[in-house]
Structures are given as structure tokens and as C-alpha cells.
Design a protein. Structure first.
Length: 318
């Protein structure tokens, strides 16, 4: 057995449970379903999306979590995923720990690894997830209506605060919030419960304003956000306002859900989050100002933002 196939057999093979045929063949075979298949691909690159010294378990968690978050934003139920792994060399201990973190979150969300690829090169990881959803109920970005409420789950800015603390050598602060950056929680259950209630949805990966902007653009609308209503991470509250604004509105990597819904669903939406143990905050309204996302401060004045969010081609490597 070649080193490549030995790597797959040792760390990324186990009996299939959902697939008709899993890894080890030219293609995986998934059983047919009456629902639509939701598919999404994410690539994480060392030095861009994660630090070189991140723990392998945390990295295994994150690479699947960020893709599961895409399924959550569509209201889809996870089914299967593939893994393309580029490695500079074979490190048995690293692979064991990485696959342990990967399979732990896969089991949490009952999603199965059904194939992929391995190659040699700078460390990068690509995951393709597949889920299922009723096409008529799938959450999309283009369904928002004027005067729809804007909601966001959990708290935001924690992941960006961790990166800020690391870059500014605030060791104690970094230790308190680094899990938000390294082990995000995809809101899969929430996404499924929002079907029939949310008019549009997206996961917050590149920054709240940038991602809300995608909903606004696809829905041919604008958005009005009230800064005092934005649920910022607890550790972010103690920071100066410039850091709060940068982390919460433009920081990204939170993987919370931002969604819109008609005002008539306010009580229903607030109630559905309680059994999940997830907080939901209503932070603004959609408007008729096509393509514009405006943030108002506590006095109702428009805030000027230095950045709207992350862009792969305008940021330097970490």
C-alpha cells in the first residue's frame, strides 16, 4: 500500500452508515432522496484561515464546522462530506489528532465522510458538504422583503477579538476567546427551525455588515442596523468602541446566522430559540434603499465604518 492510500486507510476510513458506497472507490454513492441536495465547498489555507500552530483537533473541528454552517444557513440537514487534504509531509501524530477532531464534530451532526483526495504541498484543506432540504422551504439570500426584521443568533465579534488579541500580544485575552475562533458552532438546528419563518438567511463568516450586504444585494433592498442592539461577545464589551465596532461588524469568522423575517413572526422566532439554548437579537430592518447597509449609533446617527468585512484579495496572510 502506498503512503497516500495508507494515510487514507489509517485516518480517514471507517464503515459507512448513510452512503451506499463510501471512500475507496472512484465515487461515493448516496441513497436517493425526495428532497433537494444542498452542496457547499470551503477551503482553509494555513496562514490565511488558521495559524500554523493551531491544535490539529481544533483544526479538524473547524474545517467541517464552517461548511456545516453553510448548510445551516440554507436550513438543510447534513448528510455527507468529502475531504481534500494537501500536506507538506505525512505526520502520523498530527493526522491522528486532526482526524479525531474531524470525526468528533461529524458524529455530533451525524454527517458522514464519503471520500476525497490527498496530495503533497502547503497545508490546505477543502471540505465539500452535502445536505438535504425541501427546495420550497430552503433559506436563501434573495427572499427578504422591505420592513422585514433583521436577526442575528448568539453573539458576534468573539472570533475577531481573538485574532486582535493574538496580533497585539494580549495573551490572557486571547486565551479567553480563542475557542470562538478555533471551534465555531454551526447553527444547524436553528437553521432547520427557521424554515417557513425566515425570508432570507446567511451565515456570518466575513463580517456582519458584509454578509448582511449579500442579503440586501440579492434581495434588491437595503438594510438598517442599530448598533446598540448588536449582540457583541461578552469579552468585547470591555474593549474601546473602535475595537468593538471593528470586531463585531467587520470581523467575521463567527458562523452565527443572520436572517430576516416578517415582524409577525417575532414571538414565534423568539420562542423557538429557547429550547436550543441560543439567544436571538433583533438588530434592525430591511429598507428600500437598494444595496445600502447603514449602521446607526445610539443617537440615530449613521456610523462610518473603516471596513465592511473580510476579503480574500485585500488582506495579508496571518
Amino acid at each position: 500500500m502506498t503512503p497516500e492510500f495508507g494515510l487514507i486507510a489509517n485516518y480517514f476510513s471507517r464503515p459507512v452508515r448513510v452512503a451506499l458506497l463510501g471512500g475507496g472507490d472512484d465515487c461515493a454513492l448516496l441513497p436517493p432522496t425526495a428532497l433537494a441536495t444542498a452542496v457547499s465547498t470551503d477551503t482553509l489555507v494555513s496562514g490565511v484561515h488558521f495559524f500554523h500552530d493551531v491544535s490539529p483537533e481544533s483544526l479538524g473541528h473547524k474545517v467541517l464546522a464552517v461548511s456545516l454552517s453553510d448548510l445551516a444557513a440554507m436550513g438543510a440537514r447534513p448528510r455527507a462530506f468529502t475531504l481534500a487534504l494537501t500536506l507538506p509531509s505525512i505526520d502520523e501524530q498530527w493526522l491522528e489528532r486532526f482526524s479525531s477532531g474531524l470525526y468528533a464534530i461529524a458524529d455530533d451532526y451525524q454527517i458522514e465522510l464519503v471520500g476525497g483526495d490527498t496530495t503533497r504541498g502547503p497545508l490546505s484543506i477543502t471540505v465539500t458538504v452535502m445536505g438535504e432540504v425541501d427546495a420550497m422551504l430552503a433559506l436563501r439570500r434573495d427572499g427578504a422583503k422591505p420592513l422585514d426584521d433583521i436577526w442575528v443568533s448568539g453573539s458576534i465579534g468573539g472570533a475577531a477579538l481573538a485574532l486582535h488579541a493574538i496580533n497585539t500580544n494580549q495573551v490572557a485575552l486571547a486565551q479567553m476567546v480563542v475557542e470562538r475562533m478555533e471551534r465555531p458552532i454551526p447553527r444547524v438546528a436553528l437553521g432547520q427551525r427557521l424554515k417557513g419563518l425566515a425570508s432570507a438567511a446567511i451565515d456570518v463568516s466575513d463580517g456582519l455588515i458584509a454578509d448582511l450586504g449579500h442579503i440586501a444585494e440579492r434581495s434588491s433592498l437595503g438594510a438598517l442596523v442599530h448598533w446598540p442592539l448588536v449582540p457583541i461577545h461578552a469579552e468585547l464589551v470591555a474593549q474601546e468602541q473602535a475595537v468593538q465596532v471593528a470586531c463585531a461588524l467587520a470581523g467575521g469568522d463567527d458562523y452565527e446566522l443572520c436572517f430576516t423575517a416578517a415582524p409577525e413572526f417575532r414571538e414565534t422566532i423568539a420562542a423557538l430559540a429557547r429550547p436550543l439554548g441560543i439567544s436571538l437579537a433583533r438588530i434592525g430592518q430591511m429598507s428600500a434603499d437598494h444595496g445600502q447597509v447603514c449602521v446607526l449609533d445610539g443617537e440615530g446617527n449613521a456610523m462610518r465604518l473603516a471596513s465592511a468585512g473580510f476579503d480574500h484579495f485585500s488582506h495579508r496572510e496571518t
